[in-house]
Design a protein around this ligand. Structure first.
Ligand SMILES: [Zn+2]
Ligand SMILES: [Zn+2]
Length: 220
């Protein structure tokens, strides 16, 4: 029996933002990664990055702040020093409760490189989740959904990469692979079979399923 553990709100906030950023920015050239660890250039310590957006050599780090009070100067300064340490070109601080009035002034030191966003958690995340799909593809991870209780637990959210095309024996096959922000499993939509399956624990629809999964899994 699986025990239902409540996902902390700050984690849900991070997932929500990862999903928004991924849907907005992901392309074959741009990677959007959630919860990345990187050794700092100066600190030589492992630094945790909430969301990393990478387009070639251009790197943007995003920090999600779900606090009950506004983000203050101290937090902004620590973010700026982290930008230096992980050699980020751009940085975004997203706060669910705004910023103190001195923060916009303080970040002028990084003018043009840093932005402050206010995203109200309560309004943005009022969706009641259901395993609905657009056509065949859903944004809810069925691996997490099987032990999800409405009102108690937040299900996993999938970040899809569509249109992954592989040429096998002169025939081009297309698939979409979605990685779950919660359980990290991969859901594969195989276009030629029209089937959806979880790569880690469900039978493949055809022998291409795991080719697509491994192609995607090796990418990140
Ligand atoms: Zn999941
Ligand atoms: Zn298939």
């Amino acid at each position: 029996m699986l025990s239902i553990k409540e996902t902390p709100e700050w984690r849900q906030y991070e997932w929500l933002l990862s999903k928004i950023m991924h849907d907005e920015y992901y392309s074959p050239r741009t990677k959007v990664l959630n919860d990345v660890r990187q050794i700092g250039e100066y600190s030589e310590r492992s630094r945790q990055i909430d969301i990393l957006v990478e387009t070639g050599a251009v790197r943007t780090i995003i920090e999600c702040k779900h606090y009950s009070s506004p983000v203050d100067v101290k937090a902004a300064e620590s973010f700026m020093s982290m930008m230096n340490d992980v050699q980020a070109d751009f940085g975004i601080i997203v706060s669910s409760s705004g910023f103190t009035s001195s923060v916009p002034k303080r970040v002028r030191e990084f003018e043009g490189r840093i932005s402050l966003e206010h995203l109200d958690w309560q309004h943005a995340y009022k969706t009641s989740f259901a395993e609905e799909s657009y056509g065949r593809i859903t944004d809810i991870c069925s691996n997490c959904f099987s032990h999800y209780e409405i009102g108690i637990e937040v299900p996993g959210i999938l970040c899809w990469e569509h249109g992954i095309a592989l040429s096998v024996g002169g025939k081009v096959s297309v698939a979409s692979v979605g990685k779950c922000l919660k359980c990290s499993s991969h859901t594969v939509y195989c276009d030629s079979c029209g089937c959806i399956s979880i790569a880690e624990n469900e039978e493949p629809c055809c022998n291409l399923r795991d080719v697509f999964f491994e192609f995607r899994a090796n990418e990140t």
